[in-house]
Structure formats: C-alpha cells, structure tokens
Design a protein around this ligand. Structure first.
Ligand code: AMP
Length: 480
C-alpha cells in the first residue's frame, strides 16, 4: 500500500515563495515520503528543485535561495502511478510554445494511457510513465488554442479519475479539484498572499487562515501579485465522491477537510464504534497513532453509558521507525511492527483488553499486536476497527495492496478474527461514516470497502449500476 501525495501553491505580494512552500511541504510530509520538490517563477523564468527523499533532506539552504520568485508550487510524493524513481518526482515542469508549466498532482487518472497514446500520435514525447505528464502535455496543447481558463476546462473534460492539482503557468498559480472532489484541496489567506494546499494544516503552519475547500470541479487562479484570487466552476458535478479514507487514516487529525475537522470525525467514529459493537473489557488501548482519536471517542461513549472501562496508553511507539507499509516484504513488515510498538505490561497483565485502530489492510499489524498483548499477559484481546473491512483495491490515488493481499478480500469477519487470533472483532459500518460526515453514501468514494467505484475502471463495477448493499455493522464475537 502506498500513500498519496501532497500539493501546495503560493502567491505572495513581495517575498520569495520558496521558504513558505518548504514549510508547507513539511506540514504535508505524512502524505508522501519518497520525493519532494518546489517550482517557482520570478516573472522571467522558472526555477525548479526536485529530489528524492524527505522534505528535510531534499533541500539545503542554498537550494531554497536559488528558487527565485514570489509564486510557486510544491509537491511531496509517494507513487501511486508511474515508477518509483527520480523521473516521476514532482512538480513536473516543462516549457512549451505556450509558456512554462509546472504541475503537482495528487490522485490517479483512470484514462491516462488513452490520452497519452493520443498525444504521442500527435508528436508529444513523454519522459516518464506517470499520469501527471499526460495532464501537462494536454494542457500545454490546449493553451496553444485557448486562454488559460478554457484550456483548463478542456483538459478537465478529457481526464477522468481523481486529481487535486496545483499548476504554474508562467508565474500564475492555479488550483484544480476533480469534479467529484475525490482528493482534498483547500485555499487559505496569508498576511501577504494566498495559498492552496492539500490540507489546512499546511495553511496553519504558515500562520494563515483557512478560507474554504476548493469545490469539486472548481478552478482557483491566484493573482500573481498576491493580492487576491478568482474562481471558476468549470464542471458542475452531479454528485461527489469524496474519499472517506482521508478522514479515517490519511489526513492529519488537525486538518479540516470538506468542512470537517478530522480529529472530531475520528472521535465521533469512535463513539459510533462503541454504540455499534462496544465490548465491556477492562481497558481500551489505541493503536498509536492512527487509533488514538477513535479510542478516545470510544472510551468516552463507553463511560457515558456507565461502563467503567479504562482508557490507557498501553502501547508505546518508537517514533523513529518509518511506516510499516513501505517495507517491501511481509517478513520485514512483521519485524517492523515489533520494532515500532511495545506494550506497557502493567496496563495489560491479567486484563481483558480492547485495541482500537482505524483500519485493517493486510492484517499484519493486528496479528502481531494480538500476539504481543497475549505474550504480555492479556487475558482477552478484542479488536475494534474504525472503518469497514477493506475488500478491494483503490484506484484513486491510494494503493491499497492487491485484492489477494487484503485480509478481507475474500474472507468473512469471523474468518479474519480467527486468522488474527482475536477474541472478538468488529468493524464500523459504512452508514456510521456517512452519518458522521453528514453526507450520503452516494457522495462518498467507497470503492475499497464495497468494490464499486465512482469511475469506470476496466474489470471493476461502478457504483452507478450496482445497487449498494447495506452491509451494516460487521462483527464477529468469539462465541458467535
Ligand atoms: P495492516 O497491518 O496491513 O493490516 O495495516 C493496518 C495498519 O496500517 C493500521 O494500523 C493503519 O493505521 C495503517 N494503515 C492503513 N492504511 C495505510 C496506508 N495507506 N499506509 C500506511 N499505513 C496504513
């Protein structure tokens, strides 16, 4: 499983954009750790610095000084399409007859090959196998015939899939969100300019104010002098397909996405998890860090109900161990869980324990954790998960592993419970998620938990022609 990317774009009145871009990429580091890059423009020419590695390693002070201009875009990447190497690192920048372009993309196109083949037949030469370059070439071609806004509209009408983009055309910074708003993008105001970012935490880092989310199908054009912005609703969506997994796992808890503060969403999901499948154990432990907000909501709802369940930080995380997903083999992933988490025996020994996490993907973390807790003396280990079972891959910018690697790909909840050796296992229902986000299921992308997608994907069902089943709460108590 790979993570998606983070994008940012800044226009300032009278100050170089490189440093604020650098700080905002730091704030978005959780969205991609493979490469980081910034492209700026000073009114005369474009400057670019893109490197493999974390933000802190990719730039030194000299690199930032060389990025001239008060307008720029940035990107942190973990690949979801295209190769894992430097040629796919972003922002993608290139000069065309129609001017210079820089592009940062979060998402995944489902028809990039088709458009790429068409453009190649027209003589466009590609240097990477990523879909971002396809967008850049298509836009450059449209800019030969149309003004900026119409050219973007034409490209939006051709590309299908998920995309939140920050674009630089010469010194103008633009933000575009796909017509179904699958990936997040928001706009904020700084003391001396404006910023577009994947998550509002990046705006906070710059001491800015979140103005609002960019709407699905909307284009935002920042004034190059940093004094304002214009918006254009280029495509009117029939319904949205917001990714619920942003709220459950990906986004920072301190970000506001589509008007919901992620931390509060996770706490409310935790409350609903208790309401749907609470188990009166002695102690409830979050799986750090992803399960923390869920567990606090769960414990609070339990206590409101009169339960004397205790909330404890019984699992300590070694913060210097990277994300376990990035480990290439199963063996390494298992070792990494043990490196990463260690139980505090006194909170566990002789007790019935409930652990709360946001999701189970391959089942590596929960299997290892249950063993760890039982070895540390837990009498019972119950598992509660703040999302429905992940049964299918993601094609929208999150690589959810292949179907046969997913523990819920073709097993029932009870079979999963047996495999991970939990005393009971319950997942949250889809309805609880829609209710918490105050939206309907038809306005969410639920592909990874239903196998039905809001886009046409070869070999997969779309959620427009399949009746959505109501899977309700999915539980497997041991004594079932
Ligand atoms: P697994 O161990 O394969 O079952 O994965 C579940 C664990 O990975 C949970 O602790 C999640 O918080 C975390 N997780 C879920 N999605 C991702 C992702 N895309 N990248 C990294 N970690 C993830």
């Amino acid at each position: 499983m790979h993570e998606k990317c983070g994008v940012v774009g800044i226009s300032l009145e009278d100050r170089d954009a490189a440093r604020p871009l650098y700080y905002s990429l730091y704030a978005l580091q959780h969205r991609g750790q493979e490469s980081a890059g910034i492209v700026t423009h000073d009114g005369f020419q474009q400057y670019s610095h893109v490197e493999m590695g974390l933000v802190g390693d990719a730039f030194d002070p000299g690199d930032l000084e060389a990025l001239n201009g008060s307008n720029g875009i940035g990107h942190v990447r973990y690949p979801t399409a295209g190769s894992v190497n430097a040629c796919c690192a972003q922002p993608f920048s290139v000069s065309f007859k129609s001017g210079s372009l820089g592009l940062s993309h979060n998402g995944n196109l489902v028809n990039a090959d088709e458009i790429g083949d068409e453009l190649a037949d027209l003589g466009h030469a590609f240097t990477s196998d990523g879909d971002t370059e396809v967008i850049a070439h298509d836009l450059a071609r449209n800019l030969l015939e149309e003004d900026l806004v119409r050219a973007v509209k034409r490209t939006m009408n051709r590309i299908h899939g998920s995309y939140s983009l920050t674009i630089m055309h010469d010194e103008t910074v633009l933000g575009v969100r796909d017509p179904q708003g699958n990936r997040p993008l928001c706009i904020g105001e700084l003391e001396d300019g404006y910023v577009l970012a994947s998550e509002s935490a990046a705006i906070d880092t710059l001491d800015g104010e979140l103005i609002r989310d960019v709407k699905p199908g909307e284009l935002v054009v920042l004034h190059a002098d940093g004094t304002g912005y214009d918006t254009y609703q280029l495509v009117e969506p029939e319904n949205t397909a917001h990714c619920f997994f942003e709220h459950v796992y990906f986004a920072r808890p301190d970000s506001t996405i589509d008007e919901n503060l992620v931390y509060e969403v996770r706490r409310e999901l935790g409350r609903k998890l208790w309401e749907e499948s609470g188990v009166d154990s002695d102690v409830v432990l979050p799986v750090p860090d992803s399960g923390r907000a869920f567990a606090s909501g769960y414990a609070e709802a339990a206590q409101d109900d009169g339960s004397d369940i205790e909330f404890a930080e019984g699992l300590m995380k070694n913060r210097y161990v990277g994300r376990t997903f990035i480990m290439p083999t199963q063996d390494e992933r298992e070792r990494a869980v043990r490196l990463k988490l260690n139980p505090i025996k006194s909170t566990i020994e002789g007790k019935s324990v409930t652990i709360i996490d946001d999701s189970i993907v391959r089942g590596t973390t929960s299997t290892q954790l249950i063993k760890l807790l039982k070895d540390a003396g837990a009498e019972e280990v119950h598992v509660r998960i703040g999302a429905p079972p992940i049964v299918a891959p993601c094609y929208m910018g999150i690589d959810m592993a292949s179907r046969d690697e997913l523990i819920a790909g073709n097993q029932s909840v009870d079979e999963i419970r047996e495999e991970i050796e939990a005393d009971s296992l319950s997942y949250l229902s889809i309805d609880a998620i829609a209710e918490t986000l105050e939206t309907s299921r038809t306005d969410l992308c639920l592909g990874c938990v239903t196998g039905e997608y809001p886009y046409d994907i070869e070999g997969e069902a779309t959620d427009r022609d399949v009746a959505r089943p109501d899977i309700g709460t999915q539980s497997s108590p041991a004594d079932d």
